[in-house]
Design a protein around this ligand. Sequence first.
Ligand code: 3HC
Ligand code: NAI
Length: 683
Amino acid sequence: MAPVSTRLDGNILVVTADNPPVNALSAAVRGGLADAIAQARADAGIKAVVIRAAGRTFFAGADITEFGKPPVEPGLPEVIDLIEQCGKPVVAAIHGTALGGGLEVALGCHYRIATATASMGLPEVKLGILPGAGGTQRLPRVIGVADALPMIVTGAPIPAGKALAKGLVDRLTEDASLEADAIAFANEVAGCTDYPISSRRSDKTAATPAGVFEDYRAANAARLRGQDAPQACIEAVEAAVSLPFAEGAAKERTLFLKLVAGAQSKALRHVFFAERAAAKIDGLPPDLKPLAIAKVGIIGAGTMGGGIAMNFLSAGIPVVMLERDQPALDRGVSIIRKNYDATAAKGRMSAGQVGTAMGLLTTSLDYAALADCDLIIEAVFETMEIKREVFARLDKVARPGAILATNTSYLNVDEIAAATSRPDWVIGLHFFSPANVMKLLEVVRGAKTSPLVLATGMALARRIGKIAVMSGVCHGFIGNRILAARTREANALLMEGARPADIDRVLTTFGLPMGPFQMADLAGLDLGWDPAKSSGSTIREVLCERGRRGQKTGKGFYDYDEKRNRTASAEVDAIIAEFAARSGKEQRVIDDQEIRERLLYPMVNEGALILEEGIAQRASDIDIVWLNGYGWPAWRGGPMFWADNIGLDVVLKGLEKHAPHLTDFRLSGLLRDKAAAGGRFNG
Ligand code: 3HC
Ligand code: NAI
């Protein structure tokens, strides 16, 4: 069936695109739209046009699978120009999400009607490109630079209500009546000739205050550092103000073509598809229907338990939280409330929503309260003995068919499962801190975890807005195991003469939000440190003993002022030098390139080991873990994609060169073989 069909409703031509799942603007859809406009022009009886989409959404943008392939006519910019120059009023009828090229089509239309639940945006920047079909030129002309600039540079969509307020849509309606209301709208404007044409408007752009671009660049410099697309977006919007439409559009095209061929966009497109691939588990029966989760139990109301609970409460799922004693329970509940109140204070939740979420939370000190839960997540101390004891007790109270999950960071899920009589119902759900904020969830498949339990874990993640990646059982799973490889090398580098600030700088320059020593200072060096057992055997222990416990004590690996600005510490340098001397390590000057290679290549090697051991299903899953759990810059595509790009032979040579210095290093056979064959991890 043709992906675009037309029908007449009186004098109105109703054009319907139907290209599941998301009505991407493929070549066939573009051709269909062009034909429909030609039909409208040719038929004098047609007085106005409605463009709508069948299925779950209006056009979700250009077809991303076509990027990097030879272009097929007609191009989207041409199709949108045709719509705009139709000579008859065209009404876009928007439901679901009008994104990217989808919103650009709507901007080419003369009027826009949207359902109240719709949202619209130009997310191209997230794919490392910019709106390339006139979006950077038309949006500022329709809503003004002040509103258009952040939409284009951040890619964040806006809901229909806001779009109405800003003049991006003309009317709101309901899903059930969208088509009828769009046709009614078209009848109202049918035959008129003074309909608004986005590309010809100048009222909004003319009102652009001086200095708006400079101010925006300055305010966002840190956030946009190193990224090509946001800079190009700003440049294109500047052109919308300073140039006539045709010239601005030509500039947009030039910038678009450059970006789409660039390495950053390739990486970000990889991320887009990798994220969707991660949701799929190979080998599961396709008809497996995830279990319904209507009530969740959480054991442990500490840092993680509280954050985990918020995910479910916010999604409208009742939670019962269990602790060792009442004070711990009260503390946990009050932190949850404080977090919700803070969200409300920022205007991101209403008082009513906070009330609803808190109303779904109950607490108990008695395991019997968990008896009717469909899923119980354990988040108690990271000790095998305690975890096994908790699971043995759970086994006695949980109803048959309840999923028993552990949030352990490192421990063996199979050993925990073996404390129950139903290891097939046990799974790891490894949330990241802060659990109510961080997007990543490692879903850990134990040796006996049943496919149904696994499928339910993955589906649940989506329901609470997480990006799930399946991991097998190993020490630290995918993310922390790779982190450990990096930490080993960071510590070794310190002993050889690199300073904490050198190591952190190399990583932040690479694009990570912070380096290991900044992170350690932020988290607190005394995490897991016991003064009674401290023997000064590690640098970290000595720092703690000297009161250098991180930002909270004003000093850690760095010294901090009242504003938490950090400076290098001579005391820390001396402590490190002393350790190095004691272990016979000669300190030397280490250049940035060596630091970078010695930190990042072992991570890639660890990723390769994880892959060859079958802990991760695919290389791109490892990328998704590091992007969403550890702040790996998306525009570098994740550690495995990055390694593919620089060449696995280069990584291998680097590892071989540094091998004498590397700690506990074991070369991955997969990496060695792929490097020899000129292969890649990601397809
Ligand atoms: N092109 C090709 N395939 C697309 C696509 C697109 N624009 N958008 C989604 N898909 C595919 C996905 O890969 C997925 O395929 P799969 O089932 O084989 O894994 C399928 O459609 C469903 O997608 P989701 O799982 O993401 O579905 P959701 O319902 O969760 O989300 C959505 C729907 C919000 C529309 C989301 O898919 C999305 O954000 N899509 C991308 C939007 C986008 O970036 N648009 C801009 C494109 S670039 C552009 O328009 C350039 C222009 O300016 C010239
Ligand atoms: P925490 O110390 O903040 O909280 C643990 C809570 O469990 C405490 O409130 C304690 O009173 C309670 N508890 C201990 N034994 C209990 C028992 N037998 N019954 C009921 N409650 C009990 O610890 P945190 O940081 O929340 O960690 C919990 C788990 O989550 C650990 O396994 C940890 O490895 C894991 N984790 C921690 C992350 C972090 O960044 N803090 C990140 C991801 C996982």
